[in-house]
Design a protein around this ligand. Structure first.
Ligand code: SF4
Length: 73
């Protein structure tokens, strides 16, 4: 999977710009800059990507929809 993501990253014209605006603090993730893969991954877990959360919440890694509703209420 990592090899496939690396290949997609090379071909995606938006990866550099996406990475610059990404607030995700989980440095070990290979999906940084690949918003389509990031969204798909978190959606499959009934979550939202890091960029939906302010930095102080993002760094808790609680990306649940419940947390998103909580901070937006
Ligand atoms: S939000 Fe999740 S999938 Fe996206 S870069 Fe961060 S850890 Fe990876």
């Amino acid at each position: 999977m990592m090899k496939i993501l690396a290949e997609i990253k090379k071909q995606c014209p938006s990866t550099v710009a996406n990475t610059k605006s990404c607030n995700c603090s989980y440095s070990g993730c290979e999906k940084h800059g690949l918003c389509c893969q990031c969204l798909s991954y978190h959606r499959s877990r009934r979550e939202l990507p890091a960029c939906y959360f302010p930095d102080e919440v993002e760094k808790t890694y609680d990306r649940s929809i419940r947390k998103f509703i909580e901070i937006m209420s």
